[in-house]
Design a binder for this molecule. Structure first.
Ligand SMILES: Nc1ncnc2c1ncn2[C@@H]1O[C@H](COP(=O)(O)OP(=O)(O)OP(=O)(O)O)[C@@H](O)[C@H]1O
Ligand code: SF4
Ligand SMILES: [Mg+2]
Length: 325
């Protein structure tokens, strides 16, 4: 069952210098099914955060939705008033932002932040608050929750802050949780614990999950389906195992080849993608955005390219899909 549907989403930032809207998201289409774990992957600057945030109509001041819709329960979130969206945010769809420090209130204790979220959605009375907050911290595997409850964010380690963010996200039993790079700022052992927690939720809680990450290992381990994003456009999407075992787009192939592998005692990279992602003003709008960096380009790659459905659940935007094999 489809729970969320993003249709033809295009988001722009106006550039005085270029006298036009620069498209940070360009004609994005995808859906999220009930209980599905969907990954969004791509290099830094590919548009992952802008996409994750625009699902909840959190558009930066300088940005504008140029076209498209985000349908949730027959409503277009992008057309709702701020008051109406606020009712959905946190309660039906929760988001864990890329930087936990900036999204936790610096002047409120952990307990007050959890209680405030529940209160905002009319879910508890004050007497139950302490128990509920305590249980949520236990759910996210915080030892000694009674100590953490009365602390302010700056008093907590990065790992505990991230767990508190997850606790707040699941506090209202949302139908969808979006997590933007939930483990990137953490050291490796803490990363593993947080991902184990998320995987546990996949088994026990009844929500769908959108996991944003630049790390293909994290996406492989934790998602059912994946969208590969580049320059604000979908390059490839499909079932995670199929896309990553059998990539069809040279960009996905390049990302996979850039993962360091252990040979003997050495960590080796098979092949890095040449060059780097362009800045927003140089995102191509119609031709393949990967052209400049692609080792498999042919003459027709200078024509406009669009996402093509090649199987039930498999989409690719490339004239030479899979030709590198
Ligand atoms: N407020 C803004 N004004 C102008 N351009 C912006 C703004 N926010 C993001 N961008 C541009 O939009 C593009 C996508 O940015 P975004 O933050 O979504 O990338 P990302 O994939 O999340 O990167 P990272 O992995 O580093 O978090 C980038 O080119 C970025 O410079
Ligand atoms: S369309 Fe052409 S340039 Fe773009 S990824 Fe495919 S082969 Fe490379
Ligand atoms: Mg980001």
């Amino acid at each position: 069952m489809v729970l969320l549907e993003v249709k033809n989403l295009t988001l722009g930032f106006y550039s005085e210098k270029n006298k036009k809207w620069l498209k940070a998201l360009n004609n994005i289409n995808f859906s999220l099914n009930k209980n599905e774990f969907l990954g969004i992957v791509g290099e830094s600057g590919s548009g992952k955060t802008i996409l994750a945030n625009s699902i909840l109509n959190l558009i930066p001041k300088q940005g504008k939705i140029i076209s498209g819709s985000v349908l949730f329960k027959d409503k277009d979130i992008l057309k709702l008033s701020e008051n109406e969206v606020r009712k959905i945010r946190g309660k039906d769809i929760a988001i864990i932002f890329q930087d936990p420090m900036s999204s936790l209130h610096p002047l409120l204790t952990v307990k007050d932040q959890i209680v405030e979220t529940l209160h905002a959605h009319g879910l508890i009375n004050k007497t139950d608050a302490l128990d509920i907050a305590m249980n949520l911290l236990k759910d996210v595997k915080i030892d000694l929750p009674e100590l953490v409850l009365n602390k302010y964010p700056f008093m907590l380690s990065g790992g505990i802050r991230q767990r508190v963010m997850i606790a707040i996200a699941i506090s209202c039993s949302p139908e969808i949780v979006i997590a933007d790079e939930p483990t990137t700022a953490l050291d490796v052992t803490v990363q593993k614990d947080i991902l184990a927690l998320i995987k546990g939720f996949k088994k026990n809680l009844n929500f769908s999950f959108i996991l944003v990450s630049h790390d293909l290992g994290v996406i492989w381990e934790n998602t059912d389906r994946v969208i590969v994003l580049y320059c604000g456009r979908i390059m490839e999407s499909g079932k995670t195992k199929e896309v990553l075992r059998n990539p069809l787009h040279p960009y996905t192939f390049g990302l996979l080849s850039s993962i360091p592998r252990r040979t003997g005692n050495k960590l080796e990279i098979l092949k890095e993608i040449k060059g780097s992602i362009p800045s927003l003003q140089d995102f191509p709008e119609e031709i393949c955005p990967f052209l400049e960096r692609c080792n498999f380009a042919t003459k027709r790659c200078h024509d406009p390219v669009s996402l093509e459905q090649i199987d039930d659940d498999r989409f690719v935007a490339c004239f030479n899909k899979g030709m590198f094999r």
